[in-house]
Design a protein around this ligand. Structure first.
Ligand code: DC
Length: 220
């Protein structure tokens, strides 16, 4: 049984809201473990794409999710023995992840795996449904958001910095359709959890957001 006394901070929010960076830094500062739940959906998507799994076959996709052999180590992600940290960040994988994440069978298959990340001394969990579904009893729940323009700017900069080409109009359209899919799906849609602190980071640096989350955690 997962130990519900182990502290959890959930950080949910839309694509490119900066929650990954903030979650990472908060976990570092507190010496907590980190669950990047989006990576689990991305790993499922990557594995399905590589196997040629029919992306409409919920049962087959749930099996892929259930049998993932994954490992997180030193900021790197492995699928089997292969390092896939960059591969899972590709746009096609992200879009496929968003589509298969709408399937209840896939979400169910990843449920137990996510709970298993709750280990001493604590966990920072980032995703879409960390506070609403996976860790509803979390000590602190944060809903991190930013305007779609601010998020597209950040994604643009990330891609250019990594040496990829990027187009602002395409990025905006892509974020809007991913937001729509993540917020309108029937199961575990993206929304603030009950009792969540809402943090709009449109005008904030990641470090300012980190300080705010740590302050909420220190003074509930
Ligand atoms: O956070 P991300 O962009 O890496 O997530 C990729 C996709 O996975 C996202 O479009 C929606 C889905 N996802 C989800 O449905 N539930 C989560 N807890 C995390 C991600």
């Amino acid at each position: 049984m997962p130990n519900t006394n182990i502290p959890v901070i959930t950080i949910d929010g839309p694509t490119a809201s900066g929650k990954g960076t903030v979650a990472h830094k908060v976990a570092d500062r507190l010496g907590f473990h980190l669950l990047d739940s989006g990576a689990l959906y991305r790993l499922t998507a990557l594995s399905a794409l590589r196997r040629g799994t029919d992306l409409r076959d919920e049962h087959a996709l749930a099996k892929v999710a259930e049998h993932l052999t994954i490992r997180f180590h030193g900021g790197h992600v492995y699928l089997g023995t292969e390092e896939v940290s960059n591969a899972i960040r590709e746009e096609e994988v992200g879009n496929t992840a968003s589509k298969i994440a709408a399937l209840p069978g896939v979400r169910q298959a990843l449920y137990g795996l996510q709970l298993s990340f709750r280990q001493t001394p604590g966990l920072v969990a980032d995703g879409r449904d960390m506070g609403t579904v996976i860790f509803p009893g979390a000590q602190l729940k944060v809903f991190l958001t930013a305007s779609v323009e601010a998020r597209a700017q950040r994604r643009y900069k990330q891609l250019i910095d990594k040496g990829f080409s990027a187009n602002m109009d395409d990025l905006l359209a892509d974020l809007q359709s991913r937001d729509a899919r993540d917020t309108q799906r029937a199961v575990a849609p993206l929304m603030p959890a009950e009792g969540a602190h809402i943090l709009d980071t449109s005008q904030m640096t990641a470090d300012e957001a980190v300080e705010q989350v740590l302050a909420w955690y220190a003074h509930p």
